[in-house]
Write a new protein. Structure first.
Lengths: 118, 130
């Protein structure tokens, strides 16, 4: 497995654990809980969880795993990074206070500028 | 042998349902998990909801931002995008067309067998103004 693929899996696991925690669904899920949540094999995921615990992202208590400070920070950051490009306004979208709402001409300029960004 | 079967819903029905809930108001995950139950889901699959939200976000149909929480970690709050509204509208039109097809099917089937739930469906269909 490439280092890049491993990073992707780590981000995915930490993001899911962060989301479960922030929504009050699970503070310390088991490998089975996480596997069900992510719809992946518990056997495969279990090996990754052990590795991420060794790398200092997760704390392990028997069968249960929890995010420590490093894991929580990494999960939150990668969550934001993954969707950073998607959370910007897209074509035809802009903020409610955008200057383009002042006139049809400004709106046309705004649209053209946003189109040229891509 | 029991012939009881779960309701037949359109494929990937969770996606338009989430778009509809977010069209009503922006929300975080747990809120959606509770409100989705009003649309026929039992709310027992938070992982499915999480994966659906990620898929919608990757497709640009919803977006999410951090919202500070007073009681715990910051949460992701989701809102529908303009492409999401367009997707929801297109899906709703498809469902409406399918609804008429299903109503026709049930009407013909009920020439042989009475279906209590189907009767109420047909009543609501025939009384709905166009």
């Amino acid at each position: 497995m490439s280092e890049l693929e491993l990073l992707r899996i780590r981000d995915e696991v930490l993001q899911a654990m962060y989301w479960m925690r922030s929504e009050g669904l699970a503070e310390r899920p088991s490998a089975n809980d996480l596997a069900t949540f992510l719809a992946v094999s518990p056997t495969t995921l279990g090996a990754y969880l052990d590795r991420f615990a060794e790398e200092g992202y997760l704390d392990r208590d028997g069968e249960l795993f929890s995010l420590n400070a490093k894991g929580e920070e990494a999960g939150k950051r990668s969550f934001a990074d993954e969707f950073a490009d998607l959370t910007r306004p897209t074509h035809g979208e802009c903020d409610a206070d955008c200057w383009c709402h002042s006139s049809p001409e400004e709106a046309a300029r705004c649209l053209e500028e946003r189109a040229n960004v891509h | 042998m029991s012939t009881e079967r779960p309701a037949v819903l359109p494929k990937n029905f969770l996606r338009p349902c989430l778009l509809l809930l977010l069209r009503e108001e922006r929300a975080h995950g747990y809120d959606l998990l509770e409100r989705i139950q009003s649309l026929g889901f039992d709310g027992s699959d938070p992982g499915g909801l999480y994966r659906a939200l990620r898929g919608l976000e990757r497709d640009g149909l919803v977006r999410s931002v951090w919202e500070p929480s007073e009681t715990g970690p910051d949460r992701r709050t989701y809102e529908i995008t303009r492409p999401g509204m367009e997707e929801l509208h297109a899906t709703a039109k498809g469902i409406a067309a399918g609804h008429e097809t299903v109503a026709g099917f049930l009407s013909r089937y009920q020439e042989f067998v009475s279906l209590p739930r189907a009767k109420s469906l047909l009543r609501s269909t025939s009384s709905t103004p166009r």
